[in-house]
Design a protein around this ligand. Sequence first.
Ligand code: SF4
Length: 315
Amino acid sequence: MDSSETDDTPAVAPPATPRPAAAPPSSLSPSRAADFMNCPLLYRFRVIDRLPEKPSEAATRGTLVHTVLERLFDDPAPVRTVAHARSMVAGEWERLLAAKPELAELFSAENGTEGSAEAGAIAPERLARWLAGTEQLVEQWFTLEDPTRLEPAERELFVQTTLDSGLKLRGIIDRIDVAPTGEVRIVDYKTGKAPRPEYAADALFQMKFYALMLWQLRGSMPRRLQLVYLGSGDVLTYDPTEGDLRAVERKLLALWDAIMQAAETADWRPRPSRLCDWCPHRALCPEFGGTPPPLPLAVVDPAVRDDPRPATDAR
Ligand code: SF4
């Protein structure tokens, strides 16, 4: 799923508020692995400090689009039309808002331009524009795939596995298709645009991560990985080899080792990049004049440093 943030204001609690207790990292997901690779300090803010983050329009739209594309398959194939999918958007938004009332602030009058709306209340025109943009993304999907010809084997599947080394992996796979021949395809929806070719490897890393988990869990390798970019109307596919997945496994083990080392030494270095523009914790980052909060506690007992298993793996 996509996650971007345009608000520079840190979503941190005021100093007087007790901060949540730190927990040592115990597993890796594709998102957090990407966080550490992009910027160890960002990983720390999210995994060690567990700093809250404000909802963003982009991330919320991603959640809503994913929900519609998943739930559309609850209906029989002939009903899976563009019009029906578009009509689901408003209802799923209401459901999402009921579960997370704080999302209303994204469309409040003070957050937008409609000064006539009551302060804090949802500005209807602002929300309507956002919902229309979301419907367009849903419609775009129909130019890339035909849901009337698909019967997914799995949707929004939570997977978790432990590698032989003891490293625990977890993630949520948007869709798994199984051909009559038994070949498996992993599909992931992106509401953004397809990356330029030089960044395609980063996008595929997440898919290979999923493929490695499925291979580990089911004993056979997925045949195809497919990224569906609704923002640009592109589909990126890749057929992984055993060598690819072995390489990803080695990379994840090296990454975990680096995370454990950073936790042991409390050395979480900022790594500035173009992603800083969307970083929700930029005001706390030394690269931008900020000061990170004190580390809540030492997260790794050096006594377990030589144990290749994650610190909280209870096996
Ligand atoms: S602003 Fe940039 S360098 Fe600083 S924590 Fe965020 S991503 Fe890392």
